[in-house]
Design a protein around this ligand. Structure first.
Ligand code: XMP
Length: 597
């Protein structure tokens, strides 16, 4: 790798958003290389700038990742983000300590209009995900911005051109994040930002041809955007007759999904190259009674591999002549622990199970869109001429409804919550854990439920402060529809995944999609998972509505649908047998994830 003096180095300290820094620079048309923390200062000297990423560790731990401290003597501008910011401050002699966390939307006040914050407002929303804080400024440094909890939210040694920001400018939810990164790149590092960019499809086609060579490609397709775009890309790159697809009906799909897939395949002219196979009984049997979300994901990943090798066997296909095609996108890799294994495991995506990792090591997998984020995949789909109804489809996870059907291995009552952050509202915690992401690491914590008017501003405030203050909680839900009974009477029931529960979930999900279609609001949200919880007063179930706004799935805020629409969904779902309560998840990501699991 030979750095050019117009590219930046990004040091990967294990953050969930490290690769996204590269993506933001790519958006600006600026080249960057992701480098290991062990890279010597000498090897970094020719870059125009160096960015240190966030990471899940704490800088004061003995074996925490660090960088060659001589990078600060190179006379190359440096920007540290989150963990990277704390690391720079520690190297410069400041202390870093654990304090109260800040997760999700946070108001930043700019104190110094310097190069970083040029042309951005004094007050702006930034996305935080930390509990470690730089508690005092290093000598020669000054504070450029602060939040109510963090006086060192942005700091700099201006003379040395070294900057640190506690928040994440690389995520779309940081309002002026792009401007801040552009300011660093253009004004501080002096890298020119070009006017336009080359076509993505051309570069991806080259990549597919290189990896596939004279082999053919076998795909498991799901009908979603990612696998469809990857399939069509491969099909156009190596020829229609050398790409074959299999759609596995796992019994974990949404209502009407298989029919929709058939129509889409026909419209793209590839229906003759995709087989459909019903394996629902097999998937449901393997998942019977499984509660742990990671275990569910492993089982599903393994079954996909089994079905795929059986199909290859039946087709009489010799393995050496075939590669496996996958529509993996970057968030799948990073949340599964990252390409280098340095990032924290948030969840194991089905296309990253051990068997597939082995095939990847053997060069038997092609993943044309593995570097891209969802919105970039949509752009590629549009460039390929795919129908907008397909490219704009909401994301749907490979393991399907299995991860949205939560179970519990134990039974127990809700506990009343009376902390001041609840502003006097009736509230409880439910002894039912779900996956979240805080400080770049996975959490598995309880949910709080409350009764509140559907005032999004207030819900956002309460949800953020409850998850920041109560360390056993990573989500907050508000009641949308249900009887007027005390929340304290709710119980979590011992229950696994069953065909009946999946059917209830499928119907609830169908109602949500129908109401959105009828009210013309489908595109008002980025995605809308519907989840079933083994929670009720009389042995029933709770349905969670989870509308979100996002751009790439890496960060998200609540999709603020009109109250009458949300209530209508709630009332219609409440009519389903066994449903006792409908709630709305008001948590941003972080601290929640989009899916529950
Ligand atoms: P989370 O829940 O991590 O989800 O906030 C981020 C986005 O990824 C989708 N998702 C998946 N997509 N395979 C997929 O193809 C998976 O295993 C998977 N798990 C989550 C999720 O729906 C959301 O859009």
């Amino acid at each position: 790798m030979s750095p050019s003096n117009e590219s930046l180095a990004i040091i990967d300290l294990g953050g969930q958003y490290c690769h996204m820094i590269a993506r933001r620079l790519r958006d600006l048309g600026v080249r960057s290389d992701i480098r290991e923390p062990e890279t010597s200062a000498g090897d970094l000297a020719s870059y125009a700038g160096i960015i240190l990423s966030g990471g899940p560790r704490s800088v004061y731990e003995d074996d925490a990742p660090s960088v060659d401290e001589e990078i600060l003597d190179l006379d190359v501008p440096v920007l540290g983000i989150c963990y990277g910011h704390q690391l720079l401050a520690q190297i410069a002699g400041a202390t870093v300590e654990r304090r109260k966390g800040e997760y999700g939307p946070t108001t930043l006040t700019v104190l110094a209009e310097d190069a970083l914050f040029r042309a951005t407002p004094r007050q702006q929303t930034v996305w935080m995900s930390h509990s470690d804080v730089v508690t005092a400024l290093p000598r020669g440094w000054e504070a450029l911005a602060a939040t109510s909890e963090c006086t060192t939210a942005a700091i700099a040694n201006l003379e040395a051109r070294v900057f640190g920001v506690q928040f994440h400018p690389e995520v779309v939810h940081s309002e002026y994040g792009r401007a801040i990164l552009r300011n660093f790149t253009e004004s501080v590092c002096g890298v020119p930002v070009p006017e336009s960019r080359e076509s993505r499809v051309a570069a991806l086609t080259r990549h597919v041809r290189e990896v596939v060579g004279d082999r053919s490609v076998f795909f498991l397709v799901s009908g979603g955007v990612d696998s469809t775009v990857a399939f069509v890309l491969c099909s156009r790159a190596v020829g229609h007759d050398r790409v074959l697809g299999l759609y596995v009906d796992t019994g974990l799909m949404r209502k009407g999904e298989t029919d929709e897939l058939r129509q889409n395949l026909a419209a793209m002219g590839v229906a003759d190259r995709v087989q459909v196979r019903d394996e629902s009984a097999r998937f449901l049997k393997a998942l019977d009674g499984v509660i742990d979300p990671e275990e569910k994901r492993r089982i599903i990943g393994r079954l996909f591999v089994e079905v795929q090798s059986e199909a290859l066997g039946e087709l009489g296909i010799h393995e050496a002549k075939w590669v496996l095609g996958q529509g993996t996108i970057y968030p799948d890799t990073i949340e599964s622990g990252g390409a280098q294994g340095r990032a924290a495991l948030i969840k194991t995506h089905h296309n990253r199970c051990e068997e597939i990792l082995q095939m990847l090591r053997e060069g038997r997998v092609v993943e044309p869109i593995a570097e891209l984020y969802k919105d970039e995949v949509r752009e590629v789909g549009q460039e390929l001429g795919l129908d907008a109804r397909l490219t704009n489809r909401w994301p749907f996870p490979g393991p399907g409804l299995a991860i949205r059907c939560l179970g519990s291995g134990t039974e127990g009552p809700a506990r009343p919550l009376a902390e001041p952050q609840l502003e006097g509202l009736e509230a409880v915690t439910l002894p039912l854990r779900s996956v979240g992401v805080q400080g770049d690491a996975r959490t598995y914590r309880e949910a709080a439920a409350l009764r509140s008017p559907l005032d999004y501003e207030r819900l956002r405030r309460i949800s953020t402060s409850v998850c920041n203050e109560i360390t056993t909680v990573n989500r907050v839900v508000a009641v949308v529809a249900g009887p007027d009974r005390p929340l304290e009477g709710l119980r979590v029931y011992r229950r696994g995944m069953t065909a009946e529960r999946l059917e209830t979930l499928r119907e609830a999900d169908f109602i949500v999609r129908r109401v959105l279609r009828e009210t013309g609001l489908t595109d008002a949200v980025w995605q809308f998972p519907v989840v079933i919880l083994p929670v009720g007063w009389d042995g029933g179930e709770t349905i969670v509505l989870r509308p979100v706004c996002s751009e790439d799935g890496m960060t998200a805020s609540v999709g603020e649908l009109p109250e009458d629409v949300v209530r209508r969904m709630g009332e219609e779902i409440l009519v389903l047998p066994s449903v006792e309560l409908v709630v709305l998840d008001a948590t941003s990501k972080p601290p929640g994830t989009i899916e529950w699991e």
